[in-house]
Design a protein around this ligand. Structure first.
Ligand SMILES: [Zn+2]
Length: 190
């Protein structure tokens, strides 16, 4: 059995971010609580990139708000059952890059402490979520561009159809992480 990658926990205490996982509550596109816990984890390489993005954002007066990171396979199956749309949700048979621990969904908090207007709620599965969609006003374009700049500078790649989604390059080369193994590790404190 291949070893389970060690994931790094992301919290507001050990990282200068706000963690507010949308699937840990019912305020998401499914209307259901998907996660049994509100804990946020990333692969160590993604966590290193996130630290660079946090620093870049901070230098410009912004903070990052994490909406999703590692996503267990069971959660991916629940999302696919609610919206089997391969343009926006990875087929759980193929696996999500979130289940590899190398994808992050996030938004931006401005210098005033308010979440910036990104034009659509997260997980809006329409063209309005695409980067540089023409319908949005300049302020929205600039907010998306700021997030894009922080994340690209940190080594992530963007998703053309989802302003909120970033992942490591060649994400598919990272193994899917079995959450049963992972949670067992977590409970053992490994
Ligand atoms: Zn995502």
């Amino acid at each position: 059995m291949p070893p389970t990658p060690t994931l790094v926990q992301i919290t507001g205490q050990n990282h200068d971010v706000v963690v507010d996982l949308i699937y840990a509550g019912a305020n998401n596109f499914t209307g259901q609580v998907i996660y049994a816990h509100p804990l946020c984890f990333l692969h160590p390489q993604a966590e290193a990139g996130l630290c660079r993005a946090i620093a870049a954002a901070r230098a410009a007066g912004f903070r990052l708000k994490i909406l999703d990171a590692f996503r267990p396979q069971e959660a991916q199956e629940a999302l696919w059952a609610a919206a089997p749309n391969p343009d926006y949700i990875a087929d759980p048979k193929k696996g999500s890059n979130h289940t590899r621990g190398v994808a992050i969904d996030l938004t931006l908090i401005g210098p005033d402490g308010q979440v910036r207007d990104m034009g659509t709620p997260v997980d809006t599965m329409t063209a309005a979520s695409h980067h540089f969609h023409e319908a949005h006003p300049v302020a929205v374009q600039l907010n998306r561009m700021r997030l894009l700049a922080f994340m690209l500078e940190a080594g992530f790649v963007h998703h053309p159809r989802e302003w909120w989604h970033y992942q490591l390059p060649d994400a598919h080369t990272f193994p899917l992480i079995d959450s049963h193994d992972f949670m067992t590790c977590l409970h053992q404190g490994a």
